[in-house]
Design a protein around this ligand. Structure first.
Ligand code: SOE
Length: 386
């Protein structure tokens, strides 16, 4: 049986999501190349040992450099925080490994470009973890656009709303520290929206943004795991060095206008990752919290029944759906990662680059950084100037 032998770095939130994807893939996509879960790596020996057992990895290690030296590993899957993506990627490709890296690709555009240069020079396969592209309802939106069913696209309106930072006593987790995370809502949530825009609509040509950090200082954490962190009474405070919310406007190459909003301060919204697209012949609306559905509107529907219809993207006609359950039996967040890995394995079988890859990661980073620059300069920034 053909297999790709995986070494994974990072074992928390994304490490678990990717591990689960590798585990489930052979059961539902038996014809795919199988990922072999060889070694998982993390900083904390007890933590990584527990993760290895729980997730089904054959071995674990705390030494990522040692992991790269092994000749029984084909691909390095990087789920560690963003500040180590570049170092691990460059060392991995120098050791001849393929790389699958979580988003955002890097802390800066310069670093992302260096990573792209390194993977291309090494001639290895590279993928970036924009998982939301792989929701069948999103893929249906893409199909309708490509078939011209929505006509000329006028508007792309996207918002990713969370509320886990509303409590001012939520500690200064790594995602709130610029030197580790690169940015806040912008790189964490906005990056997904930008990738979605690139996937569905096409290139962005210019942007202008605004952002704020509502809570400037937070208690220092005593312990951090994944998204959660604990804090002791009377803990000292440290400065929040990333944005709490970033909004921006954009123009697309095809003439469409875009608006983007990413925030962790939208009370009541846990993970509202949504977009609406309006074209000359119709519209679609997607909301990740109802990820199996796409709202679809066509202007040429009979006048007396015009309106948005709810399409459940679980029929054999929909992407990936046949591999899962009978129609109407919905899928969830974790399935987006399984689909991502289906694409990764297909790229090995077909000897091509997976999509999205580091080129998409760099494109996303160009927009992220252009928005930051526009905020600093208080003016429109062209992506071609980045
Ligand atoms: C946390 O804000 C987070 O988990 C992001 O890091 C993910 O990329 C996004 O999918 C959901 O929210």
């Amino acid at each position: 049986m053909e297999t790709i032998k995986i070494g994974m770095v990072g074992y928390k939130f994304m490490g678990k999501a990717h591990s689960h994807a590798y585990r489930d893939l052979p059961l539902f996509f038996p014809k795919s190349i199988h990922p072999e879960m060889k070694v998982i790596c993390g900083r904390n020996p007890e933590g990584v040992a527990e993760a290895a057992k729980q997730c089904g990895w054959k071995e674990y290690t705390t030494d990522w450099r040692g992991l790269l030296e092994r000749d029984d590993i084909d691909l390095i899957d990087i789920n560690a925080p963003s500040d180590v993506h570049k170092e691990i990627t460059i060392a991995a490709v120098q050791a001849g490994k393929h790389v699958f890296c979580e988003k955002p690709l890097a802390l800066t555009l310069k670093d992302a470009r260096e990573m792209l240069e390194a993977v291309e020079a090494a001639g290895v396969k590279h993928m970036v973890g924009f998982n939301y592209r792989f929701a069948p309802a999103v893929m249906l939106a893409k199909k309708l656009i490509e078939e011209g069913r929505l006509g000329d696209i006028y508007h792309f309106r996207a918002w990713f709303l969370q509320d886990w930072l509303i409590d001012p006593n939520f500690p200064l987790a790594w995602r709130l520290q610029k030197d580790i995370a690169g940015s806040g809502s912008h790189g964490d949530l906005g990056a997904h929206l930008i990738d979605m825009a690139h996937y569905l609509i096409g290139d962005i040509t210019e942007v202008i943004g605004m952002s704020d950090t509502f809570i400037k200082e937070r208690p220092l954490p005593t312990n951090m795991t994944g998204l959660s962190a604990t804090v002791s009474d009377n803990a000292e405070k440290g400065e929040v060095t990333v944005d709490d919310a970033t909004l921006f406007l954009a123009r697309f190459d095809n003439g469409a206008l875009g608006s983007f909003e990413a925030t962790r301060f939208a009370s009541g919204h846990r993970c509202t990752n949504s977009f609406e697209i309006n074209g000359s012949k119709g519209s679609v609306i997607f909301d990740f919290e109802r990820m199996n559905e796409l709202q679809v509107y066509f202007t040429d529907d009979r006048a007396d029944v015009q309106g948005f219809r709810r399409v459940l993207a679980t029929d054999p006609a929909h992407a990936f759906a046949e591999a899962w359950w009978p129609p109407g039996h919905t899928i969830g967040y974790e399935h987006t990662f399984i689909h991502e890995v289906v694409e990764l394995m297909a790229a090995f079988r077909e000897d091509r680059q997976p999509v999205p890859n580091f080129r998409d990661g760099v494109k996303c980073q160009e927009v992220l950084e252009a928005v930051d620059l526009s905020i600093e300069k208080r003016q429109w920034i062209k992506i071609s100037d980045m």
